[in-house]
Design a protein around this ligand. Structure first.
Ligand code: DLL
Length: 444
């Protein structure tokens, strides 16, 4: 079948992926041309951005090379809150065909806008995302990202259709029906958050459905951090290849970066989203290879250009070329955000480190929660982890063994001992979207 030639995993590449292979010089020319245009557009149409440029004595003509981007002011999340709802739009509402919003943790959501062209670019980068995960026409894609104000559902939907796949717009939730459709519709690819997929795996087993015997071959997961341990769990339990995709509402939604068949880092669709890595403390640009905060500039957005947006996601750019042949730079998987760190007894802790530890220990399930409390001014951390029914029912011996091994794994990774609570399967709430891993009771 012709479509099989397009399967990225088999060495060929999908026509949708052509821009991923643009030679370096041509790519930089596109980037500079687009950068100059987007800076001019933001300058002309967005007051906040124009004021900040003027404070620095800059005009759009100050941008003569890609390096000149470093002179531009950053944009941060509070800028979106402060100008809520429409203050950063660079297009009149008559040209805006779509709004999305991200709930955020406190107060007002942030609002993002798309023109017709923006929606087309989004469909293109999502088609490139799916193609780089080995999808093609003929695939049946179950889209279990949430539809609605969240960008995951509609982003993957348009991308899937643009690629020519058959999209099932099931959205998140109703897990039994998800499993019925995977089986009855011979679904070959599925996308959702990795945490929701671990729940599907668990429920499929309860329903006596072995995902490994079904045509499902690819999972496309993102919207939250997940570890390589979680990937191995998913790949083994579902008999699929599991790919990581990345994006954020402020920039476009999903479709900013994607793994390819090598599963070694995410290619950034940098003809549309220009990446920089900065030191989160000083704001200084860091050289390729060093770890820092990812900053993104939308090179082609019309309705809501984002100039040097500080994502707070921590990663580094990979300098070596990728075996897949894509010329787009890659970044390492996002394991943490600069704002999800907490300090326990002087040690910096990220939730993903706990996940990495528990996935090393047999007898645990990939369902866990970190509970933070404060006791006489000291922050304390407890980890609640579900264990398998066998371990749980064997109460004393197996439980104690798992506890000891887990304590050791956590101590090895974090350098501290934490309180462990091994709990029965199903006692931690399941999520249909992004999982809430940290319950912060420090200010209760
Ligand atoms: O989560 C967009 C998206 C939808 C991405 C579907 C991938 C798949 P927001 O709700 O605005 O948008 O959340 C964006 O989620 O800044 C990261 O902190 C986190 N995030 C997204 N993808 C990943 C990933 C969508 N693959 C925020 N790994 C981002 C780690 C991720 N964190």
């Amino acid at each position: 079948m012709l479509t099989e030639l397009w399967n990225d995993a088999e060495g060929g590449f999908h026509p949708a992926s052509a821009p991923d292979f643009l030679p370096g010089r041509a790519l930089q020319e596109v980037q500079l041309r687009r950068l100059r245009a987007v800076v001019a557009r933001a300058y002309q149409n967005v007051e906040l951005f124009r004021d900040r440029m003027e404070e620095r004595g800059l005009t759009p003509d100050s941008i003569q090379s890609l390096e000149d981007i470093q002179q531009l002011p950053f944009t941060v999340k509070t800028d979106l809150r402060d100008t809520y709802p429409f203050g950063l739009f660079a297009s009149p509402m008559a040209d805006v065909v779509r709004l999305h919003a991200s709930s955020g943790t406190t107060g007002k959501p942030i609002v993002v806008a798309y023109t017709r062209e923006d929606v087309d670019v989004w469909a293109e980068v999502m088609a490139r995302t799916l193609a780089s995960c080995g999808l093609h026409r003929g695939d049946i894609l179950q889209n279990a990202f949430g539809y609605g104000l969240f960008t995951g559902g509609l982003g993957a939907h348009y991308g899937g259709e643009t690629l020519g796949a058959t999209v099932i717009p099931i959205s998140g939730g109703n897990t039994d029906r998800q499993i019925m459709l995977i089986r009855d519709f011979s679904v070959t690819a599925l996308c959702c958050t990795p945490s929701y997929f671990t729940h599907m795996i668990e429920r499929a087993r309860e329903l006596d459905v072995d995902l490994r015997n079904l045509p499902l071959r690819v999972g496309i997961f993102g919207a939250e951090p997940w570890t390589d341990g979680m990937r191995r769990h998913i790949e083994a339990e579902a008999g699929i290849k599991a790919y990581d995709i990345y994006g954020l509402s402020e920039i476009i939604g999903p479709g900013v970066a994607s793994e390819c068949s090598t599963q070694e880092g995410l290619h950034i669709f940098e003809d549309h989203f220009y990446p920089e890595i900065i030191d989160p403390e000083t704001g200084e640009a860091l050289p390729d290879g060093q770890e820092g905060e990812l900053v993104l500039t939308t090179l082609s957005k019309k309705a809501m250009p984002m100039i040097r947006y500080r994502t707070r996601d921590i990663t580094s750019l990979i300098t070596e070329p990728c075996a897949c042949g894509r010329t787009l730079r890659r970044m390492r998987r996002i394991g943490r955000r600069s704002d999800d760190m907490f300090i326990i007894r002087g040690v910096n802790v990220f939730p993903s480190q706990v996940e990495a530890a528990l996935l090393q220990v047999e007898g645990t399930l990939p369902h866990y929660q970190i509970i933070l409390t404060r006791d006489q001014g000291l922050d304390r951390m407890a980890v609640e982890v579900e264990v398998t029914p066998e371990v749980f029912s064997d109460k004393i011996k197996a439980l104690e063994e798992v506890r000891a091994r887990l304590a050791q794994a956590i101590e090895h990774i974090l350098g501290i001992r934490v309180e462990l609570r091994l709990v029965e399967p199903r006692s931690i709430a399941r999520s249909e979207g992004k999982a809430k891993r940290v319950i912060d009771r420090r200010n209760d």
